[in-house]
Design a protein around this ligand. Structure first.
Ligand SMILES: [Zn+2]
Length: 118
């Protein structure tokens, strides 16, 4: 293992860069669906400065979204350059009566990866 050269466009949050040192660059775009509406709107690009999760659009959702590390692990393990994944939101939605239920939002995520040359 030699230290990889610093790529120009690397803007992963430190935690992801440390967990996945073999990733040179990463782009993620995603759509969200709320129950019954399909996947409306246009896809959103992940902004690395917003942290290591894709944010859930449900304002009643707590700790929601999709952890990027969990999304990347199986892709990096098999060196996939592009993948489309559907993931449920992992958050809990607060109901008006104060109880919680799993958030029903779904994410349709397109991941494109480039790996450092080995
Ligand atoms: Zn959610």
């Amino acid at each position: 293992m030699t230290p990889s050269p610093a790529p120009e466009a690397l803007c992963l949050p430190d935690a992801l860069a440390q967990e996945f040192p073999g990733i040179e660059s990463l782009s993620i775009s995603y759509l969200q669906s709320t129950p019954g509406d399909g996947y409306p709107g246009t896809s959103v690009s992940w902004d690395p400065s917003r942290g290591d999760r894709l944010e859930c659009s449900n304002s009643a959702c707590l700790k929601g979204g999709v952890a990027i590390a969990a999304l990347l692990s199986p892709l990096v393990a098999t060196a996939q350059a592009k993948a489309v994944r559907k993931k449920p939101c992992t958050g809990q939605e607060r109901l008006t009566n104060g109880s919680f239920q799993p958030c029903a939002n779904q994410f349709m995520i397109v991941v494109e990866l480039r790996y450092t040359a080995s």
